[in-house]
Design a protein around this ligand. Structure first.
Ligand code: ADP
Length: 200
């Protein structure tokens, strides 16, 4: 089964492209949703997190207290690595479980930080990047979330820049100032190229 990695900066339109791929009947494995489920109340990552960082990392509902975890990571940079050592294998297992359950010629892995993380590159056959200008990213995220521009800018600055992302791409879906219909057609073309007759 072909494995496609989908990524893009915040507000690039990555979730929109995920949806367009699902419209074509392709299974999309959403790594962000998996990470959230692992750390929501009852999530399978919580016992190990509570053991590693103490019971104060869980909130009253028994979910991961993100603000508390951020404080811990801020105070102790090594804590981030320890948290990732707990989460990454569990995310990986759940991704593989969902991929194994998928039907059809391929599966798409939606990975926000694919370019930044490095480890994802060897787990996929092709990488597609959704690309938009920073001005467009900013505009979309503000419209969607109402966040202050400085906050959005800080998030964009933490992520890989446009050039680094495009350098890691086997294909780029340009999504700036184009109608949804055009993006839909571009996803369909890529789908046919990569999941049709064979990888090209
Ligand atoms: P991401 O997942 O990359 O953060 P989204 O797919 O959620 O981005 O897109 C951000 C916002 O921009 C959403 O509200 C989405 O509906 C809108 N959007 C994305 N692409 C287009 C487009 N081509 N035309 C109009 N609006 C778009």
């Amino acid at each position: 089964m072909r494995r496609i990695g989908l990524t893009g900066g915040i507000g690039s339109g990555k979730s929109t492209v995920s949806m367009l791929w699902r419209e074509l009947g392709v299974t999309v494995v959403d790594t962000d949703a998996i990470a959230r489920a692992l750390t929501a109340a009852g999530g399978t990552a919580l016992p190990a997190i509570a053991q590693a960082f103490g019971p104060t990392t869980l909130d009253a509902q028994g979910a991961l207290d993100r603000a508390r975890m951020r404080e811990i990571v801020f105070a102790d940079p090594a804590a981030k690595g320890r948290l990732e050592a707990i989460l990454h294998p569990l995310i990986g297992q759940e991704c593989e479980r969902q991929a194994a359950a998928a039907a059809g010629p391929g599966v798409v892995f939606d990975v926000p930080l694919l370019v930044e993380s490095g480890r994802w590159r060897r787990l996929v056959d092709r990488v597609v990047v959704v690309d938009a200008s920073e001005a467009t990213q900013l505009e979309r995220v503000i419209a969607r979330s109402g966040w202050q521009p400085e906050i959005v800018q800080a998030v964009i600055a933490q992520q890989a820049d446009r050039r680094a992302r495009r350098a890691a791409a086997d294909a780029v879906l340009f999504n700036d100032g184009i109608p949804l219909e055009e993006l839909r057609a571009d996803v369909r073309t890529l789908h046919q190229r990569w999941l049709g007759e064979g990888l090209r």
